[in-house]
Design a protein. Structure first.
Length: 134
């Protein structure tokens, strides 16, 4: 698997609001995958979750993650990144979930009552298929 820096073709795919799935590890090592929004934030990927999600405990226990992003135009073009959450912090004022919601839906996140937590994925390796093959 290639390591960063990411080539332009991969950065271009990650810059779009594409469908994505994140995988975390339970305490017993069992992988758990869920759909998620993400945002390319410099050389890292921003993800965000409700503060009550079990995924948050998984990340505190073991920060290793993978994220697979499918090109909305053709799922044969996709990229998977392997890395770890290097920063978790409360999303004060919901600024990060608003960035993600605006990226995906064109407007702020509607639920203003639930506390949220932001995480940044440091990419260690990546694998592409189709146009992102590397």
């Amino acid at each position: 698997m290639p390591t960063p820096p990411l080539p332009d073709r991969v950065r271009d795919l990650l810059a779009k609001a594409n469908p994505a799935v994140i995988t975390t590890l339970r305490e017993d090592g069992q992988p758990v995958s869920v759909a998620t929004w993400y945002l390319l934030d410099g050389d890292r990927l921003l993800v965000n979750m409700d503060a009550t999600r079990k995924r948050l405990q998984h990340l505190h226990d073991d920060p290793r993650v993978s994220l697979t992003v499918l090109d909305e135009a053709s799922w044969y073009n996709h990229v998977s990144v392997v890395g770890r959450i290097t920063e978790l912090r409360d999303d004060v004022g919901l600024a990060d979930i608003d960035r993600l919601s605006t990226h995906y839906r064109g407007r702020d996140y509607p639920d203003r009552d639930s506390p949220r937590v932001s995480g940044w994925i440091e990419i260690e390796r990546w694998h592409g298929w189709g146009a992102t093959q590397g």
